[in-house]
Design a protein around this ligand. Structure first.
Ligand SMILES: [Zn+2]
Length: 300
């Protein structure tokens, strides 16, 4: 298998929403973000289409522990005894005992939980390589720089391998070259100041290609990062304005979603529906409201 291979996990039977990236390390395959357990058949099919299988996987490089990125990690490890997971130290305990993660997601998704994500199996501590960010890992023939990149989640990592930079969600949601990247901002960790620091660090990396989880591979250029920063401030400002005007969450969410969908539609006809799966706007509203509320407490 040559270079970086993208597998479309066809989340909820929708192409172009969640991607996994595969590379051959010379010591088995590495998978950057496994996706949820519900899409494990698509990941397996993607491996098989490239002449490999799940049993060839040895390294799960997790950018963060949200279901759409790491949900299947425990299931894969239970099926492939030689494989291990790489995760940031602030996410490791939740992978070891995912009960809290599952409980809080169940509050949000309710009955849809299993259909959307499938199960999340615990990962024994000895099957994890726990990272702080800043490490250089030698995996087979491949050198991997683990980069601590909080903002979307306090435990977010990016991985830099040669010309490739795997940016998870900190690189924004970009479904297509036509679309300006936008920050996915679900609760509870959103912190735009540290997110901007992460962007500043990532854009300095000597890499040609950004691989974003939602969705696809793009040139590492100023337009990507500048677009992300611009939309981040625009979206956050809209939420702040609604809060300032004393609107409730329903009103803020309704207005925000309407404008967002108009803007996405102007960039591509198919973008609103896919964006809704990749990053539900109401969830971004919740995360940004929480961010502004926390900030108000910090700086009265
Ligand atoms: Zn995500």
């Amino acid at each position: 298998m040559k270079g970086v291979q993208m597998v479309d996990l066809k989340f909820q039977d929708t192409p172009g929403v969640i991607a996994s990236y595969i590379l051959d390390t010379g010591d088995g395959l590495a998978v950057v973000d496994t996706g949820p357990t519900s899409t494990l058949p698509a990941l397996t099919a993607g491996l098989e289409a490239r002449g490999a299988g799940l049993s060839d996987v040895r390294h799960l490089l997790l950018t963060h522990i949200h279901f759409d990125h790491a949900g299947a990690a425990g299931t894969i490890l239970s099926r492939v005894p030689e494989a291990r997971a790489y995760v940031h130290e602030r996410g490791a305990k939740h992978l070891a005992s995912p009960e809290r993660l599952v409980a809080s997601a169940t509050q949000i998704y309710g009955d849809a939980m299993n259909r959307l994500w499938g199960e999340m199996l615990p990962i024994p501590a000895e099957r994890m390589t726990v990272l702080a960010g800043g490490e250089t890992l030698q995996i087979g023939d491949v050198t991997v720089d683990a980069l601590y990149t909080p903002g979307h989640a306090v435990h977010h990592l990016a991985y830099h391998v040669g010309p490739d930079l795997f940016v998870g969600d900190v690189g924004g949601v970009r479904l297509d070259t036509r679309q300006t990247p936008r920050a996915p901002t679900p609760p509870p960790d959103i912190d735009l100041e540290v997110w901007k620091d992460s962007v500043a660090a990532l854009r300095k990396r000597d890499a040609h290609t950004l691989h974003v989880a939602h969705f696809g591979s793009y040139a590492q250029d100023a337009a990507h990062w500048d677009g992300l920063l611009e939309k981040m401030d625009l979206d956050a400002g809209r939420i702040h304005a609604g809060m300032d005007a004393g609107q409730d969450i329903e009103a803020i969410s309704e207005a925000y979603t309407r404008v967002l969908m108009q803007e996405l539609l102007a960039e591509g006809e198919d973008l609103p529906a896919r964006y809704d799966f990749a990053c539900p706007p109401w969830m971004s509203v919740q995360g940004l409201m929480r961010y502004w509320q926390k900030k108000a407490v910090r700086t009265p």
